[in-house]
Design a protein around this ligand. Structure first.
Ligand code: ADP
Length: 626
């Protein structure tokens, strides 16, 4: 039979896998064992709903055998098996699941990323084997099939007599090389250790023929070796173990085995509640953002077990959206087994667990923020954005719950600070929590509008994410202090005594500004003298709820409503440009038009807003060079 080729993309993944520079090649065994365990789970499920099927636990197990002479390692299971179509579908194309995006392949540095991110478990066998055979017979089928592949050039499928339902994966282990010892995958002691390390909690027995010694009969000190089939895993899931007996490494292994992420988790929570509703949970806070996290494809949820039996792969009702980055498992004895999605949503026990977990996650994050700021900053740079969405979502329903987890960059401290830290060191005469919104902190540092505020010794928070200002508007205040944008037309600082010095000038000023307002009609609501500018000649501020930064964000939204900020052009009357304006007003109106246009465009540039007519602006600059 002709060899079938792997799909083009699959071939690339296989190439990377085969030539993987990944050092922990041993994890291929973990991958095969979890597939075997899933296959047994599938029969278990079936038995729950199919009266004709009787699940007798003792018939279900995973077995590992070796044949050193022929360099074979065999992983067998008595699970559900695969039909011919399933073989083709599951093993002919790598990771068809929606999460596998081949465009991201270019970003992948080595095989480890692939395994971690996409879970192409089965194919990791090619890291240690030259040839992989799959013998399988599906439940309810008379016939079995044999799938054979020697790597990237393709695979074949043939009919095959298989006595029992289930799957055997037969690897022909590679010869040792200078860099790699492959023989260890044929050594039962080594294999036993790998199973213990990665697959100890698998719910079904993993059987292996292990080497043993015993006292020789009739002697007192002579020993003989023999082999015996033993179950090498403890079968107790990690969440049911006592956390005092577990090390960080155990949790990290569990995290990788479950494909929760390629990174090491930043932190874990192990919860065992023995109250009215009993449950165990192991939750993780990842360090890195999953590649699809901020996309529609990402699905939140925790694995849900009922007394050790998986009932849902990803139960979304256990996590609010703002904690959707949490990975982990929940197991409760008090849940019924055959739950449908609709029933689950209303399940009171589940709601209780969800509420409980939400509090625990927040506590964990708060502790991290207090006691390990560096870690929290790492977390926050990945998922802070999600917390801010949480403040904003559902019209601010959970804003009070989340507000203490927020951090922003401080002009004064030059690092991220919490709102509590900000408000606790506010001078007595400061009435507002000041913030500046813009593209980057470098830009905000130079913003003319902040001058008078920072001069007073007040701290300004820099908002550089599009969601920031929206979230803060929803929050409104923190510890009874309102938030105030440095660009709002009234910043509540009455600092400019110098404005009074020019009172005599008031009438002319009024006329000039009226003239300018008219010239800029439709673009701004008014021109006024600035109370906040010290060294800069001009800036924009806004009146009302929509800020200039919000206008920019809204403009970039798909169905934007063309919502505009109500802009005010502020002129520093102590700056020498004001003298020039006055001069022009009295002597040369064309010049005043020119200056007005220039100042307005300068203010747009400072705000990072696009110029309406860059060519005109450029020509106008040339004009003043004449
Ligand atoms: P994943 O397990 O992440 O889906 P794999 O490449 O490891 O990816 O496996 C692909 C699919 O092949 C599995 O989802 C499963 O349907 C099937 N499969 C793999 N191993 C077995 C097995 N031992 N028994 C039954 N089906 C299996």
């Amino acid at each position: 039979m002709a060899k079938k080729k792997f799909k083009a993309e699959s071939k690339r993944v296989l190439d990377i896998m085969i030539n993987s520079i990944y050092t922990h090649k041993e994890i291929f065994l973990r991958e095969l064992i979890s597939n075997a365990s899933d296959a047994i789970d599938k029969i278990y499920y079936k038995a729950l709903t199919d009266e004709n099927l009787n699940f007798n636990k003792s018939n279900y197990y995973i077995k590992i055998d070796t044949d050193k002479d022929n360099r074979k390692l065999i992983v067998s299971d008595t699970g559900i098996g695969m039909t011919k179509e399933e073989l083709e579908e599951n093993l002919g194309v790598i990771a068809q699941s929606g999460s596998f995006n081949f465009k991201n392949l270019n970003k992948v540095k080595d095989g480890y990323d692939i395994i971690g991110q996409f879970g192409v478990g089965f194919y990791s066998s090619f890291m240690v084997a030259d040839k992989v055979e799959v013998h399988t017979r599906a439940l309810g089928e008379e016939e079995g099939y044999k799938w054979v592949s020697e790597g990237a050039d393709g695979y074949s499928i043939k009919s095959f007599d298989k006595e029992n339902v289930g799957t055997d994966i037969i690897l022909t282990i590679k010869e040792n090389t200078e860099d790699d010892n492959y023989d260890k995958y044929l050594n039962t002691n080594e294999l036993q250790q790998i199973v213990k390390k990665y697959s100890d909690f698998i719910r079904y027995p993993i059987k292996m023929e292990v080497d043993k010694t015993k006292l020789k009969e009739g002697t007192e000190d002579e020993y003989e070796s023999y082999t015996e089939i033993e179950t090498v895993n403890s079968m107790v899931p990690i969440w049911k173990k006592n956390k005092l007996n577990l090390k960080d490494e155990d949790y990290e292994n569990f995290y990788s085995e479950k494909h929760f992420g390629f990174d090491k988790p930043l932190s874990h929570l192990h919860v065992s509640i023995d109250g009215v509703i009993r449950y165990n949970a192991v939750l993780f806070i990842p360090e890195n953002i999953p590649f699809d996290y901020y996309s529609k494809e990402y699905e939140k949820g925790l694995e849900l077990y009922s007394n050790g039996v998986l009932i849902m792969n990803r139960c979304p009702d256990l996590l609010p959206d703002y904690f959707s980055f949490i990975k982990g498992v929940v197991d409760s004895e008090d849940l019924t087994l055959n739950l449908s999605r609709e029933v689950l949503q209303k399940d009171r026990q589940l709601q209780f667990i969800a509420k409980n977990l939400r509090t625990k996650i927040k506590k964990e994050l708060e502790t991290m923020m207090k006691h390990d700021r560096e870690k929290y900053e790492k977390f926050y740079s990945s998922f802070g954005r999600q917390l801010k969405f949480g403040i904003y979502d559902e019209f601010g329903r959970d804003k009070d719950f989340l507000k203490d987890l927020l951090m922003f960059y401080s002009s004064k401290e030059e690092k991220m600070v919490s709102l509590d830290e900000y408000t606790s060191r506010m001078p007595e005469d400061q009435n507002y929590i000041f913030y500046a919104a813009g593209e980057s902190k470098e830009m905000l540092k130079k913003l003319p509008q902040t001058e008078s505020i920072t001069d007073k010794g007040y701290e300004v928070l820099y908002f550089t994410e599009d969601v920031d200002e929206f979230a803060i508007k929803m929050l409104g205040e923190y510890k009874e202090k309102e938030f105030k944008s440095v660009s709002s037309s009234d910043i509540g600082i009455d600092e400019s005594d110098s404005a009074k010095d020019n009172e005599a000038d008031d009438d002319v000023k009024k006329e000039i500004f009226e003239y300018m307002t008219k010239a800029l009609s439709g673009k701004i609501s008014k021109v006024k003298s600035s109370k906040r500018l010290k060294n800069h000649p001009v800036c924009l501020s806004n009146e009302g709820d929509v800020s200039i930064e919000m206008e920019k964000v809204l403009k970039n939204m798909p169905n934007n409503q063309n919502i505009k900020a109500n802009k005010v052009l502020e002129i520093n009357i102590n700056h020498k440009v004001y003298k020039s304006l006055k001069n022009a007003y009295q002597n040369d109106k064309d010049k005043l038009d020119l200056y007005t246009n220039l100042l307005y465009n300068q203010a747009l540039l400072i705000e990072g807003l696009p110029l309406e007519d860059p060519v005109e602006f450029s020509n106008n600059i040339s004009k003043i060079m004449d």
